[in-house]
Design a binder for this molecule. Structure first.
Ligand SMILES: C[S@@+](CC[C@H](N)C(=O)[O-])C[C@H]1O[C@@H](n2cnc3c(N)ncnc32)[C@H](O)[C@@H]1O
Length: 247
C-alpha cells in the first residue's frame, strides 16, 4: 500500500524540550515537531497570494510609514472571518487597509467593518484600497479618533470579531473593550503578539514588549477565553469569548 516506510515523526524533535510561557511556568514540550526553517516559514507566509489591490495598499503603507499585517496573518484573518461568518467586525488600526480588506473578503457579503484610526489620512488611503477592491462603500465604516475614545461609543455585545492593531501599549485596554463589544462566542485577535521576537525573550523590557507580554498573560489566564497564538507574520494572538453555554 505505502511505497515508503511510514515516517516515525514528521519533523526532527526540538533540541530544547522546554519553553517559556505567558504564565512564566515552563512548558514541557516532548515529542513535538521542531522549529520550522525560514524556507518553510516563507512558504507558509506566501501560501495564499495577495492580489494587485493588496500589493498597492502595501506600497501606500510603506509611503506613510505604516507596517501592515503580513500575508499569512491577513489570510488567517480572512479565514477566521469566513469561518465565523462575521457580519460585524471592529478593527483598531486601519492603516492603509491591508488587514481591513482581508477581513472584508472573509466576512459575509452584507457584513460591515467598523475601523478606527487616529490618523484620518491613513483612513483616506484605506478607503482607496476598499474602493479599488470593489467593496461597496456601506460595508466599511471608518471612524477617525483614538481607539480608547471611540470604542466606548460602540454597542456592547454587537460584534462577531475585533481585530486589534493600534498602539501596542494599549493592548490590555483593547482586550477589555473587545470583550465588552463581542457577542458571546465572538473572537478577539491581536497582531504583533510576538513583537519582532522580543516577547519570548525575558531580557527585553521595553514598554511595548512588556505590554504585549502582559496581554498574553491575561489571555492565557482567563478561563472564559479559548486562546490560540499563531506564529504567522509577527504573531497573531486570538481568543474566543465564552458562548452563553458553558464550554
Ligand atoms: C500597524 S498600523 C495598522 C495596519 C493595518 N491594521 C493593516 O494591517 O493594514 C497601526 C495603525 O494604528 C494607528 N494607531 C496608532 N495608535 C492608535 C490609537 N491609539 N488609536 C487608533 N489608532 C491608532 C496608526 O495610525 C496606524 O495607522
Amino acid at each position: 500500500m505505502f511505497p515508503h516506510p511510514a515516517p516515525t515523526c514528521d519533523r526532527p524533535l526540538p533540541t530544547s524540550p522546554v519553553a517559556g510561557t505567558p504564565s512564566g511556568k515552563v512548558a514541557r514540550m516532548t515529542n513535538v515537531p521542531g522549529p520550522i526553517t525560514p524556507t518553510s516559514w516563507s512558504y507558509a507566509e506566501g501560501f495564499v497570494v495577495e492580489d494587485d489591490v493588496l500589493i498597492a495598499a502595501r506600497a501606500r503603507a510603506e509611503e506613510v510609514g505604516v507596517v501592515p499585517v503580513g500575508p499569512g496573518a491577513g489570510a488567517a484573518l480572512r479565514f477566521l472571518a469566513a469561518v465565523i461568518e462575521a457580519r460585524a467586525v471592529v478593527e483598531i488600526g486601519t492603516g492603509t487597509g491591508v488587514s481591513g480588506l482581508w477581513l472584508l473578503r472573509g466576512m459575509r457579503a452584507d457584513g460591515v467593518l467598523t475601523t478606527v484610526d487616529v490618523e484620518a489620512e491613513h483612513q483616506r488611503l484605506a478607503k482607496q484600497t476598499f474602493t479599488d477592491a470593489g467593496i461597496p462603500a456601506q460595508r466599511a465604516r471608518a471612524i477617525p479618533g483614538a481607539a480608547l475614545d471611540v470604542l466606548p461609543r460602540l454597542t456592547d455585545g454587537h460584534y462577531d470579531l475585533v481585530f486589534c492593531d493600534g498602539d501596542k501599549r494599549e493592548y490590555s485596554a483593547y482586550l477589555k473593550e473587545s470583550l465588552r463589544l463581542l457577542r458571546p462566542g465572538g473572537v478577539v485577535a491581536f497582531d504583533n503578539a510576538l513583537w519582532h521576537d522580543r516577547v519570548a525573550d525575558p531580557s527585553q523590557r521595553d514598554e511595548e514588549t512588556v505590554a504585549i507580554r502582559e496581554l498574553g498573560r491575561q489571555v492565557a489566564a482567563d478561563d472564559e477565553l479559548v486562546p490560540l497564538l499563531l506564529p504567522m507574520g509577527d504573531g497573531l494572538l486570538m481568543a474566543k469569548k465564552a458562548s452563553s453555554v458553558v464550554e
